[in-house]
Design a protein around this ligand. Sequence first.
Ligand code: BES
Ligand code: MN
Ligand code: ZN
Length: 475
Amino acid sequence: MKLTITAPQNQPAVVFSLVDQSALEQLIANKSIETLSDVVTATQFKAQFSEQLPLVGLSTETPFLTLLGLGDTEQLAQKKLATLAQHIITVAQKKHAAIEINVAALPAKFQYIFALQLTQANYTFDEFKSTKHQQVLEQVYFSNSQLTAQQIELLNALQSGQNLARDLGNKPGNTCYPEYLVTVAEELVKAYPNHLKLTVLDEQQIADLGMGAFLAVSQGSDRPGRIITLEYNSDREEAPVVLVGKAITFDTGGISLKPGAGMDEMKFDMGGGASVFGTLRAICEANLPIHVVGLIAAAENMPSAKATRPGDIVKTMSGQTVEILNTDAEGRLVLCDALTYVKRFNPAVVIDIATLTGACVVALGKILTGAFSPDDELIHELETAGETSFDRVWRLPVIDDYQDGLDSPFADIANITGPVGGGAISAACFLQRFTREYRWAHLDVAGTAWVSGAAKGSSGRPVPLLTQFIANRVK
Ligand code: BES
Ligand code: MN
Ligand code: ZN
């Protein structure tokens, strides 16, 4: 689906008009629909939030017009708008190729989010269904909007990037594994050869670099791990923004095996890496003038005769040794070596994105992403980008007081703490030991990268946040 602010050639006949009480009164007063006053009286339509009034055949200009109530626009919130977006898309998706949405009555500050929510509501995933979704909606024309052409361009790019992340997340572990992600990277380079440079490390190269923690995870699987690096606009002089994504294509827990119930959801454990792919696609499409490096640390965490045992000690690329007390705390193991590796890019800032801890889901639920950084300014930038894109974060601490819990009697560091609580924080503290040499933030998306329950599926978060963060950095 493509969003536009210029009317398409053949003006779509299907119009949704968002109205509050005063917009409704104006509409009645200007008499463009003669019988509107009577219909409103008869139906008692009050333009309350989510109220609908289909006016089929009442106007010759717009034979298919639906009024959608906004209620009191003072009481509007981004969350509520998602309901309206979902409604419009559900009605339009199967029936109409192009629709117009008149947003004159929608306060300007909500228009960007509303447009984004429309694109999100239009997403479907039916790759593995024998009967495909019927979907004909191709174009949404936003009339009377205050959006700029540039904002529309970013929205379309963002949609394409977020959809890529969602597709990757939704694919099961038997089709989405590290080598498959390499093909995704190759496709992206084919689509944007002038923007992207690809480097793929195989397990031999990973071993040669001394990444013992990464290999401790990938060695248990028959599917070999890969470290995928995509450099965007590598010819630019400035120091890059570096994104590092955890991409465990399936997390069984390894020898520290997870319980069976709900384990299918661990196919989403590559959501951090998927968001790096998605963000790269979005910035390619938006052609943003900035230098970015995306790294995807891809491995499968399996129990096998080759798998790491609890208590095994490995050496990381940084030289620090790690006692792996729990093989299910694997995200930090693949990330710590990736975070050491990216020093070579002399980053302006490094952000890692990971479905890292169940503890983060306990702390923040599935609404807000956990953001950790010792850098107040960087946190502020992430918070701002999260508000603008309605893909919000909440700061959690990463302070040295929690470091002692990671002490090991045998190695430099243990990969879990004892039963002291604060699991999301101690995971961040683990990563911090590998990131002291540059500006760094860690995003724990364990709660936000996918939705559980009846609407189970990848959310494509935090692609909106990261894309906005990068767009805000363009000088
Ligand atoms: N991928 C999981 C984190 C996770 C769990 C995300 C549930 C979303 C929902 C991660 O690899 C993991 O297993 N973490 C462990 C760490 C523990 C062993 C210290 C966890 O959170 O239980
Ligand atoms: Mn795990
Ligand atoms: Zn995991």
